[in-house]
Ligand binder design. Structure first.
Ligand SMILES: *Cc1c(COP(=O)(O)O)cnc(C)c1O
Length: 448
């Protein structure tokens, strides 16, 4: 019987992150400073981000060594297991082999500590005392609270208001690790007050919470800002996921025909996929890469590829990316996560240039996939991750139809232990197959 779990030892772990910029045929489109319409001056970014991270953001070096202090924290739960979804395969009656990389075993419950740890570490090296960030569903805030607690830095977390009230246990988890959590939009910042003036009952959005966190950062010299997705250095840190997966599949004697990740800002997808895109480019291989997003926030499948701001108050540089417009407000009815209006510029460019595909599914299809997964493989997935599960099931059923013994790999980016309320709604039949209306998309894009 083949192994169910493929486990690396610590000494077999990769000691570097992989920077896909080194292998992209076209250089990435640079971020633009909206005040000058010129590429952003890196020195300006250093008021917001640690200089080491700015350097990684702009780097085209292929491999970047993981610092010893970061590796030492990774070791708490890494290497993460690669698991063969034998029970799911059986339930589907597919000849395909389905593997998933399980990132929910981190202490914050998702892939996000892979980047929170190095981000906090580099800030610590520079003597920073306080880090501001935003969080949507709470996964990123939890990861930052965990990492800041480890390195002895204060974490200030602007949490999208609808999640703050819907996910009190995420908030409590952040507070357990010493984080300070503020519901956004708040009265503490001009950006928050502006949104509240327009709509006092605003649910908040990631774009607004980013504006608040950046504004707060700029008011204090001892403070810097961290972002949990989208940026090049975040994608870089996440490649540990794909590098481990490559080694694990080699141990299993398999190679994937398709690699799947859910896509919010693009970081867990980048993490699992970029090393395989490297193999495609350098080794002339043909592994398909599939990004899965919700129809409630269809950034890649329905958005435009253009320069846009990362936040609603237009404080960030403009990035060339797939976007629904920085004024996009996700519907409160959507319970599946992945609500950001933009997409990693690297993921966007690779998609635009044909190195990956994108599909969108309704939340009901994704919750249904999650329900099948928990009843077969027994892990309760994060609603975000359930999009990747849906993607893998669709591929496995296609393989069943064609009778091909495909190898499918997907990233199970996190567990859903804090998302029980959403699952409860699903089982009570309170969720609908929501699709963000085309007219709303056009309206938000019109305000770009
Ligand atoms: C944040 C999050 C995502 C979405 O973010 P990406 O940057 O697209 O990876 C997906 N899954 C989980 C579990 C998350 O916490």
């Amino acid at each position: 019987m083949a192994d169910k779990k493929i486990i690396l030892t610590e000494s077999q772990m990769p000691r570097h992150w992989y920077n896909i910029v080194a292998d992209m045929p076209n250089p990435p489109a640079p971020p633009i400073d909206a005040t000058t319409n010129q590429p952003v001056d890196p020195a300006k970014l250093e008021r917001i981000f640690a200089p080491q991270l700015v350097q990684q953001e702009m780097s085209s070096e292929r491999y970047i060594e993981i610092p010893e202090e970061v590796f030492d924290v990774y070791r708490l739960w890494r290497p993460s297991p690669l698991i063969r979804a034998t029970a799911l395969e059986k339930a589907l009656g597919t000849p395909a082999k389905i593997y998933y990389k399980y990132e929910g075993g981190s202490y914050a419950g998702s892939h996000k500590p892979n980047t929170a740890i190095p981000q906090v570490y580099y800030n610590k090296l520079n003597g920073i005392k306080r880090l501001c960030t935003e969080t949507g569903a709470g996964q990123w805030g939890t990861s930052m609270a965990f990492a800041c607690n480890h390195f002895g830095i204060e974490a200030v977390i602007y949490m999208v208001k609808v999640s703050y009230y819907q996910k009190p246990y995420r908030k409590a988890m952040m507070e357990m690790w010493g984080g300070k959590v503020i519901p956004s939009p708040s009265e503490f910042t001009a950006a928050g007050r502006a949104v509240l003036a327009e709509d006092p009952d605003s649910n908040g959005s990631l774009g607004c919470a980013i504006s608040e966190a950046v504004e707060d950062t700029l008011t204090r010299e001892d403070t810097r800002y961290c972002l949990g997705s989208v940026l090049n250095h975040v994608a870089l840190h996440q490649t540990i996921v794909g590098e481990e997966s490559l080694r694990q599949l080699e141990m299993a004697g398999d190679y994937p025909d398709v690699v799947i990740g859910c896509a919010g800002g693009g970081s867990n997808l980048a993490g699992i996929a970029f090393p395989f895109i490297r193999e495609n480019i350098r080794g002339n291989l043909k592994t398909r890469i599939v990004a899965v997003e919700p129809t409630a926030c269809p950034t890649m499948t329905k958005g435009v590829y253009d320069y846009d701001f990362g936040d609603v108050a237009r404080m960030t540089p403009k990035m060339k990316m797939y976007t629904l417009g920085h004024r996009f407000m996700p519907a409160g009815i959507h319970a599946g996560g992945l609500r950001y209006h933009g997409m990693s510029p690297l993921v966007s460019q690779l998609y635009h240039e044909g190195y990956m595909e994108a599909v969108a599914y309704h939340q009901l299809e994704c919750f249904e996939a999650a329900a099948l997964f928990v009843r077969t493989e027994a892990i309760l997935p994060a609603p975000e991750s359930s999009h990747a599960i849906r993607g893998a099931i669709v591929e496995a059923l296609k393989a069943k139809e064609s009778g091909e013994a495909k190898v499918i790999l997907f990233n199970l980016s996190g567990h859903g232990h804090f998302d029980i309320a959403s699952y409860d709604k699903y089982f009570q039949g309170e969720l609908v197959a929501y699709e963000h209306p085309e007219a709303e998309i056009q309206r938000a894009l019109g305000k770009m």
